[in-house]
Design a protein around this ligand. Structure first.
Ligand code: ACM
Length: 526
């Protein structure tokens, strides 16, 4: 049976009407692959082995054959199942990997369990699927600064991304409330900056603190391990070091970087701290040196420098900053911010990397090669594309996964506006009104997961799933308006998430443990 072509869906339709004899995985099955695909073959064996108990030996004569086919597009794949076996061809190793992910979707959801499942027939129906992604940037941004995510849970998050054919993890590593990456040259960034005394409860800035210290950071060895783990799953990690705002954790460690020089705590409140970087040459050098170590650790072609929500009050009111603005021949504080970003850009481009920042970096001069993440709706996406920049679409009114999931009064953490699965499925990464050339500059999009109110991986599961399944679908298949078709496939997919142990949001409402008293809503702004 052939599925209709072109067929490009992240979630394959499993319930095929007509089941033609396909292929049965059994003890005679093996995985065959050329050397260049040995990493993918190993991954596939380790994905199939726990539930089936099958060795799927590389020498067993194949039956699941992996190959690269240069005629296919880079990330495209072709998956064929017949009584003789399974063939997965990809335009690249990544394409083969995506074919393997689809293969798992053709098996019963129990394939995602981590120990032997008996009484299940591991039969694959006969299919032929040709599939290719619509966008090259299929991302998720994870904020590990507001709440630290331990390495073990981050690796699990990466596995879940791979399961959904996402390929970019934008890791928000630093903010007012915590610095999460070891920098050898400046050890206090984590000795001091990774720890805060407590966390604000709820969205009210005058609300109580929880009285519980919070912290954690990734050592450079951890980072190397995380980067390698992601790469084995064809996920690029894009690190983000925020500046010149969202830096209070760094200022707690090194007060001389700040405008006032005052001793500060790592911030225990949510929102945007007024404390920002000064404009001294030594401060630019400090952040450029941090980026040097970051570039040593992350091979990503893109490096995030933040650039969003930098309050200008301290700059306006400080004589030394004002003198710097004059000295540098700049017009105002907005131009100073653009100058700061351009200085960091010099260090990145010297090493062949591209600057990646939030859409505020469009205010003022922006180096041509910079990539813009459009978060304040899609206006930034259109402006940036028209000005010749590459764009990543992540409008807060569609793909911010910290936003509440309903208007129900018992919504556990009622942040901003409700975004249901259906709402996020309406995500259109390409804004209206662009020419073809401008539209080409939209690299793709990403879901943003801000974690002020998510203090555990359980809560992250609840906010992220299943909404991210819909975003992954749009980024892979392109926007579609057939939500009913998607919803049907999602229904089947939930059984896979159950098998993995993802505590996703159920349509019937929050789980009892997720009802948290005392959390009040906040307006529709970050
Ligand atoms: C952002 O949400 N401040 C990028």
């Amino acid at each position: 049976m052939l599925l209709p072509r072109p067929f490009a869906k992240t979630l394959l339709p499993h319930a095929l009407d007509e089941r033609v004899t396909g292929y049965l995985l059994d003890s005679s099955s093996g995985v065959a692959a050329p050397d260049e695909l040995s990493q993918v073959a190993t991954w596939l064996q380790s994905a199939l082995r726990p539930a089936t108990g099958l060795l799927l030996d590389r020498d067993a004569g194949g039956a699941i054959a992996l190959q690269v086919d240069d005629l296919l597009g880079d990330d495209a794949y072709r998956l064929q199942v017949s009584p003789e076996g399974v063939r997965i061809a990809g335009g690249s190793a990544a394409g083969v990997f995506y074919g393997c992910q689809s293969l798992l979707q053709l098996l019963p959801p129990a394939i995602f369990r981590r120990s032997r499942v008996t009484g299940v027939s591991w039969e694959l129906s006969a299919v032929e699927v040709e599939d290719a992604p619509r966008f090259g940037w299929r991302g998720a941004m994870l904020d590990v600064a507001r709440h630290f995510m331990p390495k073990h849970d981050l690796l699990r998050f990466i596995d879940l991304m791979a399961m959904h054919k996402l390929n970019i993890l934008h890791l928000h590593l630093t903010d007012d409330q915590g610095w999460r990456i070891e920098i050898k040259r400046y050890p206090w960034l984590t000795e001091v900056g990774a720890w805060r005394l407590e966390s604000q409860v709820g969205a009210d800035p005058n609300g109580p603190g929880d009285g519980r210290p919070h912290g954690g950071f990734y050592t450079q060895d951890d980072i190397r391990e995380i980067v390698a783990y992601a790469a084995e799953r064809f996920i690029t990690i894009i690190p983000e070091i925020e500046s010149p705002g969202h830096v209070q954790a760094a200022l707690a460690a090194y007060p001389e970087l700040g405008v006032t020089g005052a001793a500060l705590d790592v911030w225990t409140r949510w929102g945007v701290s007024e404390n920002v970087l000064n404009a001294e040459e030594s401060t630019v050098e400090f952040f450029a040196n941090v980026l040097d170590e970051v570039m040593d650790l992350f091979p990503s072609p893109f490096i995030g420098v933040g650039g969003d929500e930098c309050p200008k009050n301290q700059w306006r009111n400080d004589r030394r900053v004002q003198a710097r603005i004059t000295e540098l021949g700049l017009t105002d504080e907005t131009a100073l911010q653009a100058w700061f970003i351009a200085r960091l850009n010099e260090r990145l481009t010297a090493r062949g990397r591209r600057l990646f920042g939030w859409d505020e970096i469009l205010e003022g001069e922006l180096p041509a090669d910079a990539v813009v993440a459009s978060w304040r709706g899609m206006t930034g996406a259109a402006v940036a594309a028209r000005r010749g920049h590459n764009v990543v679409a992540c409008p807060d009114n569609t793909v911010y996964l910290d936003y509440r999931q309903s208007l129900a009064p018992d919504e556990p953490i009622p942040v901003a506006i409700p975004l249901t699965v259906e709402d996020v499925y309406q995500f259109q990464p390409i804004p209206d009104g662009l020419t073809d050339d401008e539209a080409e500059r939209i690299l793709g999009g990403q879901a943003n997961v801000w974690t002020e109110h998510m203090d555990s991986p359980r809560t992250i599961d609840y906010f992220v799933f299943p909404r991210i399944c819909a975003i992954a679908e749009v980024l892979w298949s392109g926007p579609s308006h057939n939500f009913a078709d998607f919803a049907e496939r999602l229904d089947e997919h939930l059984a896979r998430l159950d098998a993995v142990g993802v505590e996703y949001r159920r349509s019937t409402g929050p789980l009892p443990w997720q009802r948290r008293p005392g959390i009040t809503g906040r307006p529709h702004t970050r």
